[in-house]
Design a protein around this ligand. Sequence first.
Ligand SMILES: Nc1ncnc2c1ncn2[C@@H]1O[C@H](COP(=O)(O)OP(=O)(O)OP(=O)(O)O)[C@@H](O)[C@H]1O
Length: 257
Amino acid sequence: MSALEVHELSAGYRSTPVVSGVSTTVDTGGWLGIIGPNGAGKSTLLKAVAGLVRHSGRVLVDGRPLTGLRRRDRARLVGYAPQIPQLPVGLTVTDYVLLGRTPHLGLLGREGPADLAVVGSLLDRLDLARLADRPLATLSGGERQRAVLARALAQRAGVLLLDEPTTGLDVGHAQALLDLIDELRRELGTTVVTTLHDLTLAAQYAERLLLLDAGRVAAEGAPADVLTAESLSTRYTARVTVLRTPDGHPVIAPTRS
Ligand SMILES: Nc1ncnc2c1ncn2[C@@H]1O[C@H](COP(=O)(O)OP(=O)(O)OP(=O)(O)O)[C@@H](O)[C@H]1O
């Protein structure tokens, strides 16, 4: 549905540069994983692409610059789920996930059967249906994280930017979420960009990885080419062995000295 282009993007806070001259493209229906050590600038890069922090450079969706678009128009093109979301107090899970449909509602702002169907199906897929009427404040950490992602997915934007979507999820729920995202990109052509700390999961789901270090692109390419023991030792100061799953995906195993 939408291809993403990022040209020479730089961003920072006050006078401190955090991301410097990042360029990349993601094809329609592609999945780019952004990896890198703590503080490398992954979240800042994602926020800049989403237009949420000041930046220079250009971000285009299907060849159209995002700068200058009205919020509602931008929200139809780009969905974003932050690493640490601010949750509204008092809303139920259903009402919160329905907020994701806001850019699609008509003048009266009332949701219709199609919006409720999108939300219902996401609640089912993310194991939230039994929590549909619960206030957000009463959810566990992993349940809350799944509600935040359900809201972002409900937006049905062409480009989906997800900051650490599997944080706080157990392995089963993490897989269910990543499988659902994979399905959306295959069926609807959604273009996906995620930051991920779990390098083994990143290698299994992302088609390409961009390794960010000190705000710059240190490597970009197929997971097997980016995730080498040498680059992980240099960039993360980590001792790891790179193993392989039977179907050839890299598995990053930390080793004790
Ligand atoms: N609002 C802010 N004001 C000032 N500095 C910030 C702000 N947000 C982030 N930073 C700084 O920018 C740098 C990059 O932060 P960012 O959150 O983008 O890194 P990250 O790669 O996502 O890190 P992590 O893996 O720890 O989540 C860090 O040094 C951080 O302290």
